[in-house]
Ligand binder design. Structure first.
Ligand code: C2E
Ligand code: MG
Ligand code: MG
Length: 471
């Protein structure tokens, strides 16, 4: 009996041990598989699993007459939100977004967190576009409800990119990529919107992507250049200064104007080192000009947010030896919308250095006159659109007249931008505009050409009296 029991135990114990070990191994294997295919924060499928499941679902749509939609969702300005809520608060919001998306989705839909603040949903059986729209509507209602984090109420907005199968792609990778491209378009258009993928978006996004990649190396590779456009005193018709404008000599696209890359540089934060480079270059170039000429440099809001702009400017003035009163910094109204107090403090520090501050593109932004009352600008630049339209639009002319009168009463210099014709110059003179800048007076030119003209005090060709041919 004892022997039998011992024999039995001799078999049963190793068997039980083996079984337990097997179960533990199985569980460990399942856990690894789960971690490999899921996002730990939200418990949703991760990108790899999403692509795999979308691939499987696509096999069915080839058989049946159904369609599929891949929707990529991104939270607008999540970076800022994450910073204000601190890391844990940000995670809480992401977790809750995941839960809400899953509530809205049906069992047969596939929901994933692709990474960061990007989620994706694949609607697997779409009979008509109205199904997609109905889902987007439900999703919108779910995500615009406030989130409660750290005793705070957080309201957020989202952007959506949508690709449809089979029209926009027949593999999971292509559909995910195309919905991401549509999402980039929605973001570029200001966020808080949805965009359906269109073929033409591919090229634009591709180009933007190349620009972003290339921009990272452009400074090191010495691909930037600064050109200068003269500003004239309208009464005496003599130059009084110049504006520094950046140019990018792209190895593939040739000269790229700032309109095509400044926004990318701002979004990626690259504008900080690039802006500093422009500032140093412009100050150094201006030391070669006659002393009565000023140099104006454009600054982006990001240069005020990150780092100490006043210290940077002070260092550059010291390094280059340019007198502070010859430097003018151009800012736009957008800078003054957020963190106004902090920005005003920085502007005041710049003014204490002796630097002039100009309000650029006046009239295009939020145009709050209170900004003019709260900060003593040295100059207001009337945006080109008013100058361009004032010859045929009396309302535009009235605005120009008012800004000039405002400048007079606030004792602020006014510069009219974008002066292209004699007619515009004549109107501006009659209205008492003190300064002008525009193609009529000179196009942006390389530092060397510009310095030569500044030395000779040359009158631009377009301003020379037309010679009448002898009869
Ligand atoms: P902005 O500061 O208002 O500069 C004036 C823009 O108008 C320049 O365009 C100039 O070439 C153009 N312009 C001047 N006169 C005329 C004219 O008579 N007619 C027309 N149609 N246009 C004229 P650009 O160089 O393409 O610069 C565009 C904008 O890019 C600038 O507008 C400025 O906001 C930004 N930018 C340029 N350089 C820099 C820079 O170094 N840093 C930053 N942050 N922004 C810059
Ligand atoms: Mg400017
Ligand atoms: Mg301007």
């Amino acid at each position: 009996m004892v022997i039998l029991a011992l024999v039995g135990a001799g078999i049963a114990i190793p068997l039980a041990l083996a079984w337990t070990r097997g179960r533990a191994q199985r569980r460990a294997r399942e856990e690894v598989l789960y971690l490999q295919s899921h996002d730990p924060l939200t418990g949703l499928a991760n990108r790899a699993r999403f692509t795999e499941r979308v691939g499987q679902a696509l096999e069915h749509i080839q058989d049946d007459d159904v369609h599929m939609a891949v929707i990529t969702v991104n939270i607008d300005r999540f970076k800022e939100l994450n910073e204000t809520l601190e890391h844990q608060g940000g995670d809480r919001v992401l977790h809750d977004i995941g839960t809400r998306i899953q509530h809205v989705a049906r069992d047969r839909d596939i929901v994933a967190r692709l990474g960061g603040d990007e989620f994706a949903i694949a609607l697997t059986d779409v009979a008509a576009l109205s199904d997609v729209m109905a889902f987007v509507h439900r999703l919108g209602s779910a995500l615009t409800r406030p989130f409660h984090v750290n005793n705070r109420e957080v309201v957020l907005t989202t952007s959506l990119g949508i690709a449809l199968a089979p029209a926009d792609g027949d593999t999971a990778d292509v559909l995910v990529r195309h919905s991401a491209i549509a999402l980039s378009r929605a973001k570029l258009d200001g966020g808080q919107r949805m965009c359906f993928y269109e073929e033409s978006m591919d090229k634009a996004v591709q180009q933007r992507h190349t620009i972003e990649q290339d921009l990272r190396h452009a400074l090191r590779r010495g691909e930037f250049d600064v050109v200068y456009q003269p500003q004239y005193d309208l009464e005496t018709e003599t130059p009084c200064g110049s504006e520094a404008l950046i140019r990018w000599h792209h190895p593939q696209y040739g000269i790229v104007a700032p309109g095509h890359f400044i926004s990318v540089a701002e979004e990626t934060g690259l504008i900080v080192p690039i802006g500093e480079w422009v500032l140093r270059q412009a100050c150094s170039d201006a030391t070669q000009w006659p002393e009565h000429l000023t140099v104006a440099v454009n600054l982006s809001p990001a240069q005020f947010r990150d780092g100490d702009i006043a210290e940077t400017v002070a260092d550059i003035l010291h390094e280059t030896g340019l007198a502070a009163n010859r430097l003018e910094l151009e800012i736009t109204e957008s800078l003054l919308i957020n963190d106004t107090e902090e920005v005003l403090a920085k502007l005041n520090r710049l003014r204490e250095l002796g630097v002039r501050i100009a309000m650029d593109d006046f009239g295009t932004g939020y145009s709050s006159l209170s900004y003019l009352a709260r900060f003593p600008f040295s100059k207001i630049k009337i945006d080109q659109q008013f100058v361009r339209n004032m010859t045929r639009d009396p309302a535009m002319r009235a605005i120009v007249k008012t800004i000039i009168a405002l400048g007079e009463s606030l004792r602020v210099t006014i510069t009219a931008e974008g002066v292209e014709t004699q007619e515009q110059a004549d109107i501006l003179r009659r209205l008492g505009c003190p300064q002008v800048q525009g193609f009529l007076y000179g196009r942006p030119e390389k530092a060397t050409v510009h310095a030569d003209k500044a030395m000779s005090g040359a009158v631009p060709m377009s301003r020379l009296p037309k010679r009448t041919s002898a009869a």
